[in-house]
Write a protein that binds this ligand. Structure first.
Ligand SMILES: CC(C)(COP(=O)(O)OP(=O)(O)OC[C@H]1O[C@@H](n2cnc3c(N)ncnc32)[C@H](O)[C@@H]1OP(=O)(O)O)[C@@H](O)C(=O)NCCC(=O)NCCS
Length: 338
């Protein structure tokens, strides 16, 4: 296993955070809960009941894991009340809140809102939309943040990669915001740089990606997507004047010094970037999967950024080890939040 992955787990363990895993009905989640508890990466609250966990993972040793069944816990009414208060302006009633709070993903988000856990991880058997919506509805964005977004830490394959001096890149937003505006893209760039620094432990150099480098491709006749990235670059520089960030760049100009010297000779970021901000989810999602499948990079994420409290989504194709890592990342985010 890469040393960065080991470091992330080690740093998380030192924080002793409590993370809720919402899907006790899934064998991968139960297996991960056991590993996390054994390796003391975090304290785990698992939403489910013992009978169900034993059915899906008969050999699991559940010692040290707190099991909570929303249907039997006394606190359900308190959590329903939190939901009602958070959503009453949107038409939520006490009756609807009591029913909605029994849903495991919503229940986990309410535990987080109540401060009974430090972080939330779900999505092994729920879609991204169903996993994140409870968070968007009750946890909401952090102060001075308008948008929740996501990034992937992309760890270089064994043996390294000639262009990846830090051992990892950060790619954003490949999973959450479908077509961000220039303002949103600027915020995604700034929060992704924070993820690079705080979670991956790399000094961020951010490239705003496009099919154009410094005005080379003018698509004003078509979609204005170059203008959007140019505007986002300006806004991001205003939002974070000390951040090393530039654009708009084609991927090769952002990554490869020789190409940068030709296409963007005056930029300090061109040819040096380690955080790549894609113009929309199509580009980002395709891009990270190419790096993963053809480039041999390991993708950690999507890591959610911008929530008031840490809440992360799993891929439905995840394995138990992916869940362990996501819990470790969530614990690190909880450490930064304090
Ligand atoms: C994340 C996602 C589910 C949000 O969906 P949505 O339909 O906008 O959700 P809702 O309309 O129910 O929004 C719920 C609340 O969250 C807010 N919200 C939605 N997206 C937000 C964002 N990115 N940041 C902050 N708040 C957001 C909405 O404004 C709304 O607030 P309100 O109800 O208090 O007014 C949606 O963007 C999505 O499906 N993205 C793609 C996910 C995906 O399929 N990824 C696949 C690759 S892994």
């Amino acid at each position: 296993m890469s040393s960065m992955l080991e470091q992330i787990k080690k740093n998380a363990a030192a924080l002793k955070k409590t993370i809720v895993l919402c899907e006790g009905e899934d064998p991968r989640v139960v297996e991960a809960a056991v590993t996390i508890t054994k390796e003391k990466i975090a304290k785990i609250v698992l939403i489910g009941n013992e009978e169900e966990c034993k059915r899906v993972a008969p050999n699991a040793d559940l010692e040290g894991i707190t099991l909570i069944d929303p249907l039997t816990i006394d606190k359900l009414n308190d959590y329903a009340n939190i939901l009602y208060e958070a959503r009453k302006a949107k038409g939520m009633t006490p009756e609807l809140a009591l029913s909605a709070a029994k849903d495991r993903t919503m229940f986990g988000a309410l535990m987080l809102k109540a401060g009974d856990v430090d972080g939330y991880v779900s999505g092994a058997c729920h879609s991204t939309a169903n996993t994140l919506r409870p968070g968007l509805q009750v946890i909401k964005t952090a102060p001075n943040t308008n948008i929740v977004s996501s990034s992937f830490i992309m760890i270089a394959p064994e043996g390294g990669n000639a262009f990846c001096k830090d051992g990892a890149f950060v790619f954003a937003d490949c999973a959450l915001n479908i077509c961000p505006t220039a303002n949103e893209l600027a915020e995604i760039a700034v929060t992704s740089a924070q993820t690079a620094k705080n979670i991956a432990g790399i000094e961020p150099r951010v490239a705003m990606l496009s099919f154009s480098t410094k005005g080379s491709g003018n698509d004003s006749k078509f979609t204005n997507s170059v203008a959007k990235v140019q505007k986002a670059t300006e806004i991001a520089k205003e939002l974070a004047p000390d951040l090393k960030l530039d654009g708009e760049f084609q991927f090769d100009a952002a990554l490869v010094p020789k190409v940068a010297a030709i296409k963007a000779p005056d930029s300090e970021i061109a040819g040096q970037a380690n955080v790549f901000v894609f113009p929309d989810i199509n580009a980002g999602n395709i891009g990270y999967k190419i790096a993963e499948r053809l480039g041999g990079f390991v993708a950690i994420g999507p890591i959610c950024q911008g929530f008031a409290k840490p809440l992360n989504d799993l891929s439905r194709g995840c394995c138990a080890e992916d869940i362990v890592l996501t819990v470790a990342v969530t614990a690190l985010q909880a450490g930064i939040n304090k």
